[in-house]
Design a protein around this ligand. Structure first.
Ligand code: IGP
Length: 379
């Protein structure tokens, strides 16, 4: 890989436009650190110039150190310091020993720091060039957004993304007898438009094997890679395991990363679900070109607090107007348990919902869909 990663230099300030190939992007897109500046890079392309990307970088971002970018965008989730947490750091839920920044301040930060390490290890075992081959052997990505839109048109209710979720840090184990393929098939039969498959092992008891098994079982619903994406490498890996769409969390990723990752997904034929939780994140994401699908997470991933009013608040007034103008599809995420909850977020303006807990906890997760919507939404 030629892309130069000069860890102590900012972007060259003259580089307002850079040409990148999807296969060296992963280097430039390694998740920036709040402790390390954005990686400088060469402007020339080596590999795959046919599919070269034109990436416009705003003058403001060019030349800024990453921690400044992160601060200027109000991103609270910091990157793992290169030295890692201090030695006296004692474990996942122990936040008492906070100090000058090298102990994670909340669960999301902790997950992201862990992800940085995990991805570094996975990448060593499967570098990007070897993933490239694997990509030729997976069926082309399915139309995730199209499936949501047509389910909405067919039923008059929000299109459902049903989540294959065994556990979560806030709720613990949600379902003991957990067969991902059976659950996926039950969801599909029950009328889900798309599925979300958690692949994080440590905090959600998910896996890429689950994703692959669901794809290989011939499930027709498009699949969302439900991961904490910190590097573009994960997107390629997810595609090689059958993902048709990817979650990008705005509180974790600076705008520049979101832009690049959207472009990579487009090249791979995948959709991106960009997740927001407050007005500032919504405004950032609405300013990013190419965003077609926005998720409003009713759960605060730093505190686990759930409030359906978040969806309503973020879709009111000018924001809602802009979203309609841009024809962006909005997904209401988390904490949806009853037909009244569905009606509430639909009234607020969502055309799709992402639901895990309330479905996965039922003995028949497919039938649970009818209970959740108040009627049968299968064909
Ligand atoms: O189980 P719930 O409350 O229905 O939530 C599903 C989904 O919205 C939630 O799992 C989720 C939304 N965004 C995330 C980001 C990371 C991990 C998990 C999530």
């Amino acid at each position: 890989m030629e892309a130069a990663l000069l860890s102590l230099q900012p972007f060259p300030s003259s580089a307002t436009q850079r040409r990148l190939s999807p296969f060296n992007l992963h280097n430039t897109l390694t998740r920036p650190s709040s402790y390390a500046p954005l990686r400088a890079q060469k402007s020339g392309i080596t590999e795959g110039s046919d599919s070269a990307l034109e990436a416009k970088v705003s003058e403001q971002e060019v030349g800024m150190y990453q921690n400044e970018v992160v601060e200027s965008q109000g991103i609270r989730i910091r990157r793992r310091p290169p030295t890692g947490p201090p030695l006296h750091y004692v474990g996942p839920f122990e936040f008492r020993l906070q100090n000058e920044g090298n102990t994670p301040r909340n669960i999301l930060e902790e997950i992201v720091w862990h992800k940085d390490k995990e991805v570094a290890q996975m990448k060593e075992r499967k570098p990007l060039y070897s993933l490239k081959k694997a990509l030729d052997n997976v069926p082309p990505a399915k139309d995730f957004i199209g499936a949501l839109r047509s389910a909405h048109q067919r039923t008059g209710l929000p299109g459902l993304i049903a989540e294959v979720k065994k556990a979560s840090p806030s709720r613990g184990i949600l379902r003991e007898d957990f067969n991902p393929v059976e659950i996926a098939q039950a969801y599909e039969k029950g009328g889900a438009a798309c599925l979300s498959v958690l692949t994080d092992d440590k905090y959600f008891k998910g896996s890429y094997e689950n994703l692959q098994a669901i794809m290989e079982a011939g499930v027709k619903c498009p699949l969302l890679l439900k991961e904490f994406i910190v590097e573009a490498w994960q997107i390629y890996y997810g595609r090689s395991k059958g993902a048709d769409a990817v979650l990008l969390i705005a509180s974790v990723l600076p705008d520049l990363d979101i832009k690049y990752m959207i472009k990579i997904c487009k090249i791979l034929g995948m959709a991106t679900l960009v997740e927001v939780h407050d007005e500032r994140e919504m405004d950032r994401v609405l300013a990013i070109e190419g965003v077609e699908l926005i998720g409003i997470n009713n759960r605060n991933l730093e505190t686990f607090e759930v409030d359906l009013g978040i969806t309503k608040k973020l879709l009111e007034g000018e924001r809602g107007e802009l979203i309609r103008q841009k024809d962006i599809l909005v997904v209401g995420e988390s904490g949806l348990f009853t037909p009244e909850d569905i009606a509430f977020v639909q009234e607020a303006g969502v055309k799709a919902v992402l639901v895990g807990e309330s479905l996965i906890k039922q003995s028949d997760p497919g039938k649970a869909i009818s209970t959740l919507f108040g009627r049968d939404v299968s064909e």
